[in-house]
Design a protein around this ligand. Structure first.
Ligand code: GDP
Length: 455
């Protein structure tokens, strides 16, 4: 394979920068630009100290450490090296240029990982996990991604695939050697095995609900009439010492979205524009958008000013959350004028009611605890859980289930046994899309496009 090179560390200035190279000519190119102090032969997993040279001007560019990875024991399985230079933009670019001038080509985003996949060291679901580990916004997401990277999902899918292949073998045998078998026996056995596989697949499919929360956070809309304390609550949550706040693209002027992890709970918070009578067209659009967000959220925190009687808009909010995953928050408890506590309109919603003061930061812990309970956060942190966090994987599983259900129906309808194997083959192919053994070039391209340079 051609030799590729890229700066692997994040753009900008840092203590150390890493330039990574992989391919057949990796060590030859390095030989031209690197003068090691110790001229002993190259060994895998060794680091050499030396200087990178500008080969045209014959002057030193930087003092570096180079680590060697001899094929096949490297990230890509090819010969690889990593040049640890000083983390200056000029220096790193000069080293990169030297590699390019001497025969390497610039790597595309994710090309190192793509090679690891194409060379068979990892499968596609593991390659996708690499980007998930890098992009993880919470501990549980990082943990789930690491698990997928180590091959837990691949193993599960491969076990299921093996079961399907066994069913196919049985069916094919009964077609080839009908004298050894009675069709009913094969059918009965096949249905039993298909049911087992369906159970495994449905469990995986169901795990996507949790997987989505792990990856995207609990989409939480804070709603309430003006001055109920929405912004104050949002700020109190975001002010948490241990909160990790991540910017989310696409934030509009009408709503603020923040990703935050508190006490292990990943939350995607949406502070919606107040629910009220629109005074003008712009505000009206804002309110419509809020309602849309409310519809799409996993959790609604409905906040009320507990010192004020319920208004018509508050009643509308209570109506809106009736059939939703929601928590009612009575704010401003510090003012000791709790007029909403025993209101039948609130009690009748059967939602958990929590008293807080967004200003004095009291009651917030109870709110977190309730969210944690509602979404069973403890379960998500368990070691043995396998979650589907990727929509692509979920769709393949869903399609595979459809095919298997069809094959089961074919058996029950007493159709010829060879027709059944067509659907099972299709189901297998769908699962192969997850691990990458039956996936189109276009999909592979799409997946690796999302990677960073140098990974
Ligand atoms: P929003 O319009 O719903 O976003 O409400 P804000 O968060 O802007 O709060 C409206 C007003 O209520 C502000 O003056 C806040 O300082 C005040 N406020 C918010 N929460 C509390 C609270 O817990 N106690 C008291 N006493 N005042 C609060």
């Amino acid at each position: 394979m051609s030799t590729i090179v890229a700066i692997s560390t994040a753009p900008g200035v840092g203590g150390i920068g890493i330039i990574r190279m992989s391919g057949d000519e990796c060590f030859e190119i390095l030989d031209k630009i690197f003068v090691p102090k110790n001229k002993t032969k190259i060994e895998s997993y060794r680091i050499k100290y030396g200087k990178i040279i500008d080969t045209e001007k014959n002057e030193e560019i930087d003092e570096v450490l180079v680590s060697y990875f001899v094929s096949p024991k490297s990230y890509t399985t090819e010969n690889m090296c990593e040049i640890n230079s000083h983390g200056g933009i000029i220096v790193m670019n000069k080293i990169l240029n030297e590699c390019l001038k001497n025969g390497a080509t610039l790597a595309e985003p994710g090309e190192f990982t793509k090679r690891a996949f194409l060379n068979g060291r990892i499968d596609l679901s593991q390659a996708e996990a690499v980007i998930d580990v890098i992009n993880a916004k919470s501990n549980i997401e990082a943990k789930a991604s690491m698990k997928q990277l180590s091959g837990s999902l691949s193993q599960k899918i491969n076990t299921i695939k093996k079961k399907l292949i066994d069913i196919m073998v049985d069916i094919e045998a009964s077609i080839d050697y009908p004298e050894y078998d009675v069709e009913e026996v094969t059918n009965e056995k096949a249905i039993k095995s298909i049911d087992e596989v369906l159970k495994d697949l449905k469990k995986l499919e169901d795990s996507f609900e949790d997987g989505k929360i792990i990856k995207e956070g609990i989409k939480t809309a804070i709603i309430g009439t003006p001055n109920a304390g929405k912004s104050s609550l949002l700020n109190t949550i975001l002010d948490e010492d241990r909160a990790i706040v991540t910017e989310i693209e696409g934030t509009t002027r009408d709503t603020i979205e923040e990703f935050v992890t508190i006490k292990g709970i990943p939350l995607k918070l949406i502070d919606t524009a107040g629910i009220r009578q629109a005074k003008d067209e712009v505000e009206k659009i804002g309110i419509e958008k809020s309602k849309e967000h409310i519809k799409n959220s996993d959790l609604i925190i409905a906040i009320f000013d507990t010192t004020k009687e319920l208004k018509q808009e508050d009643i509308e909010i209570l109506e809106m959350i009736k059939d939703r995953n929601a928590i009612i928050v009575l704010n401003k408890e510090d003012l000791n004028n709790n007029v909403l506590e025993n209101k039948s309109e609130i009690i009748n919603t059967n939602k958990k009611v929590i008293k807080i003061s967004a200003l004095k930061k009291t009651g917030i812990e109870d709110l977190y605890e309730e969210i944690s309970k509602l979404f069973n956060i403890n379960k998500l942190q368990l070691e043995d859980g396998q979650f589907i966090t990727n929509v692509r994987h979920k769709n393949s599983i869903k399609n595979s289930i459809k095919k298997l259900e069809k094959s089961k129906k074919t058996i029950l309808d007493n159709m010829p046994i060879d027709i059944i194997s067509i659907d099972i083959k299709d189901a297998l192919e769908e699962l192969g899309k997850i691990t990458g053994d039956s996936v189109s070039e276009d999909i592979i391209k799409e997946i690796f496009k999302k990677f960073c340079l140098g990974k």
